[in-house]
Ligand binder design. Sequence first.
Ligand code: FMN
Ligand code: SF4
Length: 486
Amino acid sequence: MWRPAERIKYQPQPGSWPSPEAAERSLLFSPVSVGFLSLSQRTWVPAMVPWRATEDGEVTPDVLDWYGRFAKGKPGAIVVEATGIRDVPSGPLLRIGHDRYIDGLKRLVEVVREASNGETRLFIQLIDFLRINRRPQPDKYFSTHIKITDSHRSHFETGEPDDKIRMQLAAETDERLKEILTAREYSDYSMGYRERVTDTHLEHIRDLPKTLPSLFSAAAMRAKEAGFDGVELHYAHAYTMASFLSPRNRRDDGYGGSLADRVRLPIEVYQRVREVVGRDFVIGCRFLANECIDDGLTPDEAAQVGVSLAEAGMDYLSLSRGGKFEDAKQPKVGAAAYPYTGRSGYECMPQYISDERGPFGRNLRATALVRQRLRKSGSEIPIVAAGGIYSFEQAEAVLQNSEADVVASARQSLADPDWFLKMRLGEGEQVRLCLFTNYCEALDTRHKQVTCELWDREQLDEPGISKSVDGRRRLVPPEWPAGVGK
Ligand SMILES: Cc1cc2nc3c(=O)[nH]c(=O)nc-3n(C[C@H](O)[C@H](O)[C@H](O)COP(=O)(O)O)c2cc1C
Ligand code: SF4
């Protein structure tokens, strides 16, 4: 993963933890309205893919254990991992692209309701993504994938047959290839082929504005049937909907170019989902307060996107940062590019080795700007902030300073899913603090079952716990005995 050149090391400094009375009086543990319902507290576990579904995208006992374990900490809300809205093979990622997934998801909802005593609201993140291929073998790319054009021919002797040009291309240095190939060809060759929303010469890409509203709405309806409290439309990071919002989207069919046109499909998707699920179901979305790439969405534009989404009727906005393909690290030959490996990936999940800004609360300034503009526009929509938040003092300050209305913590909740309960009970000193090492993220990158290094080898011999395939890591954190039944 990319790291800032400064390489300054940071350690979490949680400051003081609240007494039960201080927690009771805090904003963090006060209720907040989200659409038609209320969260009992302003704590939130954002979506995290743990790679525990079957290859067919079905809920497994490990998925149930995972969400049940988070629910024992009784956060205000949990968002279930990015779940595919199409019924297509996507590895062990949850899917919701067919009615056959409803039963498994129903069980997931039941497990969370039971473990949290009905206190935690449960949303599911709905994702669409485009095709991405592995980085090809260079000779394979030049012998079969690339289409030889006059532009390529112009770099070689006149009249050379295409087969010879292919061989000559394969023998060229990277420097020369950058001159000979188009930027897109060079990217396909060096990173692997990846579809973009701007590939409107492909029928299925051209038709995304026709197909996506019904794919998202059918998925949302299944989520409602399974008993979720709502859905989170994934408009963030490297995926289809974020690519529509990006200034890099220069489609000329009314769905790209100007901001008004880029936000059109995200709004049409929202509207279709709302038509289908009605008002008694939360629809929120996650989008980027800053894309953190060249020519990407800036906080200023993100604020305008936020205002449009709120005006459309969205129930909450959750703001993330970065996580793009455009600056991803070059994968090895035979592997696929991963969007969390470049600078924008760092901004999404900042690590303890950082620059002078540090890894904690890096997205707050941009989030606060979006919220401020929303409030100026007259919207009271709740804003969810995330990124390096691991302590009571920090979370409470975010709320007191009106930077956000709800505070989400992904890695801190993974390190210690009981941390909400510990804070509320005045047991903050017992919180297992995330060190922001990104060991978990490295597992995620390799699509391996995600665990935290702080607990995955602890009490491995405990009876009845599920373990990783090689039996060397536990798949859920150890229990906090004092929290059982609280
Ligand atoms: C293992 C892992 C998986 C993640 N999966 C998702 C995901 O499915 N959807 C999403 O929007 N964000 C995902 N994220 C990003 C987190 O939701 C969060 O925005 C990010 O980790 C920064 O917050 P934190 O500092 O509290 O961890 C993931 C993060 C981790 C560590
Ligand atoms: S492995 Fe654990 S300590 Fe390291 S970043 Fe992930 S959650 Fe935090």
